[in-house]
Design a protein around this ligand. Structure first.
Ligand code: PSU
Ligand code: MN
Length: 304
């Protein structure tokens, strides 16, 4: 039975009922990950990209105390205009918003939870949260990682940003039994760049190969999977520019005493500012690229 707090948009519900492919999309990337109006334009283009590749998009958020799978253009626009004033909703925030009738933009973890409740198994985003640099001291580990260990949704992303500790992020995923698949790559991609020097658990050449692994994982009753899709070569940024911006953003966050859920949005916004327009173009391009792959994976899953 459907969850009493969940509203599945009619188009999404019809696709799910007919076993047609559906792709979930997150909303923290809209409210916190990009500036207005590019965030709204991108969110709508991502939905169109999912459709162009044969699947139905379901952008996810919490609106006035309701879990939403599928948003209207007006709802997406309101989240984009709200920007960082909108609550960032991860696992621990969901009951607070539901009880208070609040509104929030869902992170990877929050989106996975709502997607799973709606029966959506494939989700496209930009970058995954992870283990932060200095986590040995701060214990700052994104709730996205334990979510992948418990919720059966495949997250198609461009890896994780180097604001994070990528080796520790992969160690955490290994400990919690989360497979990391490389799409046409043997290395875990680092969001703005295609390589990190760190190996993935399996390399897949086609969406059908990804779908076969997802089916096998879920037949075991297991949970999430990371599908890492490197940024297209033409959009990748120079490593030294990213490193310099990352180091400066991390220094500023420490100096300003930024902690808790504010850390990631602060670092994302600072890296974007410091790298200028190039990083925004790269960010938009890789999200569209991930949406296309996620749609292909969702199509392959329903075909199997
Ligand atoms: N990394 C990005 N872009 C993003 C995020 C992470 O490159 O937009 C967002 C996602 O919504 C992710 C969240 O789930 O940040 C992680 O936040 P935290 O580290 O507080 O869990
Ligand atoms: Mn954190």
């Amino acid at each position: 039975m459907a969850h009493p707090s969940l509203d599945v948009q009619p188009e999404v519900a019809a696709a799910l009922a007919a076993h047609r492919p559906v792709v979930a999309l997150e909303s923290t990337i809209i409210a916190h990950g990009m500036p207005y109006p590019q965030n709204v334009e991108t969110a709508l283009r991502v939905e169109a990209e999912v459709r162009a590749h044969g699947a139905t998009p379901a952008t996810i958020a919490v609106l006035n105390g309701r879990l939403k799978a599928g948003l209207t253009v007006a709802e997406i626009t309101a989240l984009g205009q709200g920007g960082r004033a909108v609550v960032k909703a991860s696992r621990r925030d969901l009951p607070l918003l539901l009880a208070a009738g609040g509104t929030g933009a869902t992170t990877v973890a929050g989106t996975m939870i709502v997607a799973a409740l709606a029966g959506i198994r494939v989700f496209a985003t930009g970058g995954l949260g992870g283990v932060h640099r200095g986590a040995q001291e701060t214990m700052d580990i994104s709730a996205d990682l334990p979510e992948l260990a418990q919720t059966p949704v495949a997250v198609v992303c461009a890896g994780a940003k180097s604001i994070l500790d990528l080796p520790l992020t992969l160690e955490y995923l290994e400990t919690h039994g989360v497979p990391v698949l490389g799409f046409q790559t043997s290395e875990f991609p680092a969001f703005f760049t295609r390589s990190s020097g760190l190996p993935v658990d399996a390399r897949c050449e086609t969406a059908a190969e990804v779908a076969a692994i997802l089916r096998a994982r879920w037949a075991l009753g297991h949970a999430g999977v990371v599908v890492a899709n490197p940024i297209p070569t033409a959009l990748a940024l120079p490593q030294d520019a990213i490193d310099a911006a990352t180091d400066q953003a991390l220094r500023e966050a420490r100096a300003q005493g930024i902690v808790g859920k504010a850390v990631t949005p602060f670092l994302l916004a600072r890296v974007n500012q410091l790298t200028g327009g190039d990083s925004l173009a790269a960010n938009i391009g890789l999200v569209l690229h991930n949406a296309a792959l996620a749609a292909a994976v969702a199509v392959a899953l329903e075909a199997g």
